[in-house]
Design a binder for this molecule. Structure first.
Ligand code: MOS
Length: 706
């Protein structure tokens, strides 16, 4: 930012160029690639100590004794903290946050103690020497659809009814000319952002500062403060840069509480880094699902009925009810429909958000079933989806503010070369591989929640925009700069966007694909108000600057008159080795309709990132439950496989123009999650086309093909 020696009394002339829609480089790109961007773990206040947790080694039981003697005798050890000596916390709404508060063990890997020491090495060694003795109880960790404790939750996330029904689905199934009735399953999957969770906790009297790797600074503050009996204003959460989250950093979980608690007990600033291995127990995961999908149609593939029953798990200590079957409520026309969710609470960690929670497993099942129906009816799978396009939201009857699924399917088919496709399975060979193509639809709801922002004009002709938004690698800081630039009609170089600090105006989390819509609305309103105020003053900025604020609570809270969702179409080509069953995704194409694309460069990264995660889900990702020990077996990248560069050949994402005036001032729908939705089904459908083998259980392992 250049500074003027003779400050202007009025603002420079405004520019007319729209920045929204341009491929602006990441505004913090240089900081990131030169290592100057500071992440949570890199904050090192004076007098820092290190915390290393101890995790339960039984899946269910009670802690009988904790022997800290050997641990605390080690040099450099400051404290060994367990439920017997831990600071008391106010009972949290989310029981996962009641860290070291009782002798109950609810799952293997749960925090049972923490050691604080002068160095990481001291702490790690002491944690190893700590002895915890358990009174072991029988555990139950296995998800089964017929589990006797299956129940219907009151709601599924975020607040949908668990079950819905229209018409007479059972009668319609009995009468349908063609019926598909299959069971699909998806495994537990663990979030693995590049930067594991980390917190540096610093107490100053009754004030607490948390340098935390989170998707939402305001939310961490509001959750952690009451645990320690503090008003929110006493807690500050700083998170200017975050190396991914995919939902696992979307709600505060036990690590941040453990760090704050350890720092309080030790009377020292404490650094706690969750290791990759620990992430497999304490930072959430995608629930495994078992899903029965029943479709009834005429011989032309016109659906008369859809029934989607989802079975999933939660923990003993918290109900987390994922919204697996919700996309089935709005995807396709059918006069008869039922969706249900059933949940069983097991001795496992509580599942949490993982990129497009609900839509991702749900659309694997629905879009696989659609492909099976296409085969059964002899109708092209693109055409089948077009035929079942609803005029309005099938459940609410509300019109869609925009719905361009058909355009995505058509454009994708054209670009992918779908027209030449012979539907017969298992007949194409190329380079010794069985080759096939598949398609699946994609969708994600449009959410928006209230946020606040301030906009400030400085005396030197620059602006600052402040909002407690988070950039988890998505480009949030960059798109907010573009949005502010257009509203202020000033070039991005003159605007600094400050985010990632709960001391800034309150903002929603970077989750639910609603960041740009939620924060962007607040930024637009603040910048509009500033522009008006400047106009009133004839463009003059007072020497101390001019600041205005905006709160979008009322605007965002208005009742919706439209159904609002983003849509997409995923096309996959796979090659399957007929001898080994090894599957390679040769090509992936995603075509999306997600409103106005604010930044094509960062948007493309979001889309292809989501699609890559979908490819990974299709072929590799699987957390395997060990019934005996009651824990997921694979706790690292050696055993939990994620698509590597060599697995990702040709992934491309494009979008169609979509002009929807009913969304928000930017006209944008969310794009962070839709890329993963439908991808695994497209791959599985392509595998069927290549081999004639229908894989209904993810991932598509070798042994499921040969
Ligand atoms: Mo996303 S799983 O809503 O952070």
């Amino acid at each position: 930012m250049s500074t003027t020696t003779t400050p202007p009394t009025t603002l420079p002339a405004r520019e007319a160029t729209p920045y929204v829609g341009s491929a602006l480089d990441r505004v913090e790109g240089l900081e990131k690639v030169t290592g100057q961007a500071r992440y949570a773990f890199e904050y090192s206040p004076d007098d820092l100590a290190y915390a290393v947790p101890v995790q339960a080694t039984v899946a269910r039981g009670k802690i009988r004794t904790v022997d800290v003697d050997a641990a605390v005798k080690l040099p450099g050890v400051i404290a060994a903290i367990w439920h017997g000596n831990a600071p008391r916390l106010a009972p949290p709404e989310n029981a996962e946050l009641a860290v070291l508060q009782s002798r109950e063990v609810a799952y293997r890997g749960q925090y049972v103690a923490v050691v604080v020491a002068e160095t990481l090495e001291n702490a790690r060694e002491a944690a190893r020497l700590l002895r915890v003795d358990y009174q072991v109880e029988e555990h139950d960790v296995e998800l089964r659809a017929d589990h006797p404790e299956m129940y219907r939750p009151e709601r599924v996330n975020p607040a949908y009814p668990a079950d819905t029904e229209q018409g007479e689905p059972d009668a319609a199934l009995a009468e349908a000319q063609v019926v598909v009735d299959e069971i699909y399953s998806t495994p537990a999957e663990h979030n693995n952002p590049m930067e594991p969770h980390a917190t540096v906790a610093v107490w100053d009297g009754d004030g607490l500062t948390l340098y935390d790797s989170t998707q939402g600074a305001s939310s961490v503050r509001d959750t952690v403060a009451p645990l320690f009996g503090l008003p929110p204003g006493n807690v500050r959460v700083v998170s200017p840069h975050v190396g991914g989250g995919f939902g696992s950093k979307g709600m505060p979980l036990s690590p941040v509480v453990l760090a704050a608690l350890a720092a309080k007990h030790a009377g020292r600033p404490v650094k706690l880094a969750v290791t990759r291995q620990q992430m497999f127990a304490v930072t959430g995961y995608r629930t495994p699902t078992i899903q029965r999908v029943r479709l009834g149609a005429d011989t032309e593939g016109r659906l008369s009925v859809i029934v989607h029953d989802a079975f999933e798990q939660s923990s003993r200590i918290r109900e987390f009810a994922e919204q697996t079957a919700t996309p089935t409520r709005m995807m396709y026309a059918a006069p008869n429909r039922r969706t249900t969710h059933r949940l069983v609470r097991l001795d496992v960690p509580t599942p949490s958000w993982m990129r497009a929670p609900g839509e991702t497993p749900g659309m694997f099942a629905l879009e696989s079933a659609l492909d099976e129906l296409a085969v059964a009816c002899g109708v092209d799978p693109v055409e089948l989806r077009v035929r079942n396009e609803p005029d309005a939201d099938p459940e609410s009857g509300l019109p869609f503010s925009s719905r361009n699924l058909v355009a995505c399917l058509r454009e994708g088919a054209r670009r992918f070369g779908w027209a030449e496709r012979d539907p017969a399975p298992g007949i194409r060979r190329r380079d010794g591989l069985l080759v096939g193509t598949g398609v699946a639809a994609s969708t994600y709801p449009v959410y928006r929640v209230p946020s606040r922002a301030t906009a400030r004009a400085e005396w030197d002709g620059t602006f600052s925009v402040r909002i407690a938004a988070t950039d988890i690698g998505t480009g949030a800081r960059t798109v907010l700069t573009q949005i502010a630039a257009d509203t202020l009609r000033a070039s991005p170089e003159r605007i600094s966007v400050e985010i990632g600090d709960s001391a800034l105006p309150d903002a929603s989390v970077a989750g639910g694909s609603m960041g740009t819509a939620s924060w962007g609305t607040a930024v637009v309103r603040a910048c509009e108000a500033l522009t008006e105020e400047l106009d009133r003053r004839g463009g003059e900025v007072p020497e101390e600057g001019l600041e205005v604020s905006a709160d979008t609570a009322r605007e965002v809270g208005a009742k919706r008159r439209f159904a609002q969702h983003a849509f997409g179409a995923q096309f996959a080509e796979v090659g399957v080795d007929p001898d080994t069953g090894e599957t390679r995704v040769l090509r992936l194409l995603g075509v999306f309709a997600a409103g106005r694309i604010v930044n094509p460069k960062t948007a493309r990264s979001q889309f292809i990132g989501g699609m890559t995660m979908g490819l990974s889900m299709a072929l590799f990702e699987e957390s395997v439950m060990d019934r005996e020990f009651g824990d997921y077996l694979n706790h690292d990248f050696a055993q939990y496989h994620i698509a590597a560069c060599a697995d990702v050949r040709d992934v491309e994402a494009v979008w169609i123009e979509e002009d929807d005036p009913h969304l928000n001032p930017m006209g944008a729908k969310g794009i962070g999650e839709i890329g993963i939705v439908g991808t695994a089904a497209a791959v599985a459908n392509a595998v069927y086309h290549a081999t004639g083998v229908r894989v209904r259980d993810l991932p598509i392992r070798l042994d499921r093909l040969v």
